[in-house]
Design a protein around this ligand. Structure first.
Ligand SMILES: CC(C)(COP(=O)(O)OP(=O)(O)OC[C@H]1O[C@@H](n2cnc3c(N)ncnc32)[C@H](O)[C@@H]1OP(=O)(O)O)[C@@H](O)C(=O)NCCC(=O)NCCS
Length: 171
């Protein structure tokens, strides 16, 4: 949460990343620490004891109203195979080392290991660094529109094309 506060405070435009209504609940949900508040896991990059960067993976259920697959027109069984490439932040002294790309690749592998077949990321069109890193890692634009009053783009990647049919897909 400290890393998030520092990074959010340093953004050149507030539209690039909007603070969550409850930062604590959002972080807890993505480190598997909260029951019933969504589900997810986070990969951290450490320099000694210091957190240099993190990438969050959201594992929504097919019934989750916030499952981004809904906006892409997915139905029930495909919704169950969606993972969200949720927030990724790199602390300022560690920028420019492609940590976002490494964290994207690591989260795609984690999503696949959890039985998910599609990864979806939401990005602000103003966030060129993030957008070009998503394209670099194989995601493609699938939807553009307004979410909560902000212009957003959804980018997706089909993991089965990368890793093959999902052996642990539970549907
Ligand atoms: C977006 C973000 C995660 C990318 O961090 P990163 O992995 O360190 O970025 P990269 O190493 O890919 O560098 C991005 C670009 O900045 C350049 N760069 C070089 N040194 C840099 C430095 N010290 N600081 C910032 N950028 C630098 C890189 O060369 C690269 O340019 P290129 O794409 O033309 O090669 C990071 O900027 C960040 O935390 N931003 C705020 C939060 C955010 O927007 N997250 C994404 C949405 S959740």
């Amino acid at each position: 949460m400290n890393l998030r506060n520092l990074v959010i405070a340093s953004l050149p435009h507030p539209d690039m990343y909007v603070r969550e209504p409850s930062e604590a609940a959002f972080v807890s949900a993505h480190i598997g620490a909260a029951k019933g508040a969504g589900e997810g896991e986070t990969i951290g990059v450490f320099d000694g004891d210091r957190l240099a960067a993190y990438g969050m993976l959201g594992l929504p259920s097919r019934h989750d109203p916030d499952n981004l697959g809904r906006l892409l027109g997915y139905g029930g069984s495909r919704l169950a195979r969606v993972a969200h490439l949720a927030s990724c932040m790199v602390a300022l002294p560690y920028r420019g080392r492609h940590l976002q790309c490494s964290l994207l690749a690591a989260r795609m592998q984690l999503a696949y290991a959890r039985g998910r077949e599609v990864c979806i990321a939401m990005v602000s069109p103003r966030n060129q660094a993030s957008r070009s890193n998503l394209i670099r890692e194989g995601l493609r634009s699938d939807w553009k529109g307004e979410i909560d009053g902000l212009q957003r783009e959804l980018m997706a990647v089909d993991l089965t094309k990368r890793f093959g049919a999902c052996p642990s897909g539970q549907g």
